[in-house]
Design a protein around this ligand. Structure first.
Ligand code: UDP
Ligand code: MG
Length: 338
């Protein structure tokens, strides 16, 4: 029988002292169930990443590590934010596991769908996204801002999975591909679809946070949204450039209008030059900003150093093994014999 795959459940934790005990108990039970059903190996484990918490999160993680053999803790030296903490957990987990599931510490994500995720990964999906059925557990403000965000991302041409946060399964291969992306402003929900891996989705109902308060302040949420937009699209820069060009075009129309007004009706002194200057100068300023933005956008892409491509398969070996005579025949050359 084939070896059963090892599963890691990675959870970033920031000031989650109210959740740690319940979280560990719950995830240990989930792993017992999955191993009992023969879906994953006995060496499956939990990786809790403490993202520089200032409360009792780390001591609680340490005591859980002593009580539960499946729990491992990683402490980051400071608060680096959800996305970076999650990336740290994924990087650690990929060295010891074949499948990695990431979820939040608040147990809002329904862990009963993990078995379905594992089954889908066995069908060749390197990424399985957990997608929320609805957003009823969110506050009205969060629901509305999320809608605006998804719509903006769509208009700007950024590929994201609708209603998917960071609850997903990734195979070791997918996480290895992900670690080739060296950028600092991480927005994993945008990066994962760029990996080019075969993917599937699993729907689930998201519950309310069990204990504690959301660790995503408005500031952190806006920061994440800005990363989502600015790390994946340069459309805003193009908009500035085209707006500038549009202003310049309009300024020529204004020139005609101003000339006509000047010669036909009497106008207030200074009006003509003022009108023209406003439109023409604004056009020049916006166009110049757009051009500078285009270059900065290019520098930004270079600095991120994302992989340019990834070769998935090669048929090269087979071709090389073909005897030279047949290769020649395939190329339509004869052997020189008449
Ligand atoms: N988190 C983190 N670092 C931060 C903020 C949040 O590691 O700076 C963790 C947090 O502990 C939780 C997850 O990221 O496990 C998502 O945060 P939360 O559930 O508070 O966000 P919400 O569901 O309210 O959007
Ligand atoms: Mg949450």
């Amino acid at each position: 029988m084939d070896r059963l795959e090892t599963l890691s459940i990675v959870v970033p934790c920031y000031n989650e002292e109210a959740m740690v005990v319940e979280l560990v108990e719950h995830l240990d039970m989930v792993l017992s169930k999955l191993t009992g059903e023969g879906l994953v190996g006995e060496d499956s484990h939990i990786v809790l990443v403490d993202d520089g918490s200032t409360d009792q999160t780390w001591p609680l993680i340490c005591s859980s590590c002593e009580t539960y053999k499946r729990v491992n803790g990683v402490k980051l030296s400071g608060n680096v934010g959800h996305q970076n903490a999650l990336m740290a957990g994924l990087t650690v987990a990929k060295d010891t596991s074949d499948l990695i599931v990431s979820l939040d510490a608040d147990l809002q994500d329904d862990t009963s769908v993990i078995s379905e995720m594992i089954k889908l990964s066995r069908q060749g999906n390197d990424v399985v996204y957990g997608v929320r059925k609805d957003r009823t557990s969110d506050s009205l403000a969060k629901r509305e801002t999320a809608q605006i965000f998804y719509k903006t991302m769509k208009v700007l041409g950024v590929r994201t999975v609708y209603n998917h946060a960071d609850y997903r399964l990734m195979t070791k291969k997918a996480v290895e591909y992900l670690s080739e992306f060296n950028e600092r402003n991480l927005y994993l929900r945008g990066l994962v679809p760029l990996l080019g891996c075969k993917s599937a989705t699993v729907e689930y109902k998201r519950e309310e946070r069990r204990e504690g308060k959301s660790k995503y302040s408005i500031r952190k949420m806006l920061h994440l949204a800005m990363d989502g937009i600015t790390s994946f699209t340069d459309v805003p820069v193009h908009i500035v450039l085209w707006l500038g060009v549009a202003f310049l075009v309009v300024s020529f129309g204004i020139l005609v209008y101003v000339m006509v007004s000047y010669f036909i009706h009497s106008v207030v002194p200074g009006w003509s030059s003022l009108m023209l200057s406003i439109w023409f100068c604004s056009g020049c300023v916006l166009t110049s900003l757009g051009v500078i933005g285009e270059y900065i956008g290019k520098i930004y892409v270079e600095v991120k150093g994302r992989p340019r491509y990834r070769i998935e398969k090669k048929s090269g070996e087979k071709v090389c093994n073909i005897p030279p005579t047949i290769q020649k025949a395939q190329r339509g050359e004869d052997d020189g014999e008449v």
